[in-house]
Design a protein around this ligand. Structure first.
Ligand code: ATP
Ligand code: MG
Length: 319
């Protein structure tokens, strides 16, 4: 059953009086217990899309008013108003890209302010909130959580900080967890532990996860579905097996080809030639057309639409 419906989510920045669309009409569904991998080159808008979803955008950015997304039973938060707090944090939790810059260095891991969230979302008493903070640290694998709850972030290793970040996001029992590059800054062993923890949480709590990553290896190990972003738009979306085995968008095929496992032994790593376009100077038609190896007549004229694949000449289609 679909738990989260995202429809036409846009994020717009106002740059010296000019509107620049950073995320352009992104739509997808997320089922209960599903893990969706959101992939794409740096700057393609993955973080902005998820911040737009959480309504956590730094000023002067705003998410489009036309965005309609929410739970079957209630509409999701539409602003920073206090009324939105039960949704942001309560139903949607986010692990940020860099835990070191999102855990306040002056705040203990289980600081009363953070425990306030338990009281806000779950009506817990002060004492219960501390016990809950300890319990959630235990669940994410922090050793000796009773003592560690009073530590500061600098007393934690990188992997433990990431676990603490997951604990903060999970604290209020969200239904959907957004994990922005949860393993990028970690060594491979710790990376595997964190991925295993996320899978466990999915199995135990039926948690749905949006996993933002550059690493198609991580996607192959953990995700059920994949959405590929390019220059602020979704260009392909499908099940993991379908998309990795039979990519239809030339950009997805290019990303798969660039994975080290696909380059043979001593060969140089492959890249997709060219750079993504600047968002305030987009090419006409398809945004990938200047880099596309099979650009056709329509590509420079008409912006392709489509939910499975947004391409005028998808790979594998009959000519
Ligand atoms: N505060 C801001 N104001 C204006 N533009 C911004 C702001 N923050 C980010 N951007 C722009 O929004 C676009 C999308 O950025 P975003 O951080 O979502 O990319 P990303 O896909 O998450 O990249 P990465 O993989 O490097 O994290 C980029 O072009 C970036 O320059
Ligand atoms: Mg990002």
């Amino acid at each position: 059953m679909s738990l989260l419906h995202v429809r036409d989510l846009s994020v717009i920045a106002n740059n010296a009086g000019r509107d620049v669309t950073l995320v352009d009409r992104v739509s997808f569904d997320l089922a209960e217990g599903e893990i969706l991998g959101l992939v794409g080159e740096s700057g393609s808008g993955k973080t902005m899309a998820c911040r737009g979803l959480m309504r956590l955008l730094p000023r002067p950015l705003c998410a489009s008013k036309a965005a309609r997304f929410g739970w079957p039973a209630r509409t999701c938060c539409h602003s920073m108003k206090p009324a939105c707090a039960p949704v942001r944090g309560g139903q949607l939790g986010m692990i940020f890209q860099n835990p070191s810059s999102h855990l306040d260095p002056l705040m203990r891991i289980g600081e009363p302010d953070r425990r306030r969230a338990f009281r806000l979302h779950q009506g817990a008493s002060k004492k219960d909130a501390r016990l809950q903070a300890i319990d959630v640290l235990r669940q994410v694998g922090i050793p000796d959580p009773k003592a560690r709850v009073d530590n500061y972030p600098h007393e934690f290793s990188g992997g433990m900080r990431q676990r603490a970040m997951i604990a903060v996001a999970l604290g209020c029992n969200p239904k959907v967890l957004i994990a922005d590059e949860p393993t990028t800054a970690l060594d491979v062993t710790v990376q595997a532990q964190i991925l295993r923890l996320l899978l466990q949480l999915r199995d135990q709590r039926g948690l749905s996860i949006i996993m933002i990553t550059h690493d198609l290896g991580v996607v192959a190990q953990t995700c059920d579905a994949i959405a590929v972003m390019y220059a602020g738009r979704l260009c392909e979306h499908g099940s993991k097996y379908e998309l990795l085995a039979h990519p239809q968008h030339p950009y997805t095929a290019g990303l798969i080809d660039c994975q080290p496992a696909h380059s043979s032994g001593h060969a140089l790593l492959r890249t997709i030639p060219g750079q993504p376009p600047l968002l305030d100077a987009l090419p006409g038609g398809c945004r990938f057309s200047p880099r596309c190896p099979q650009v056709g007549a329509l590509c420079t004229e008409v912006l392709p639409q489509g939910t499975r694949v947004a391409c005028h000449y998808p790979l594998g289609a009959q000519p």
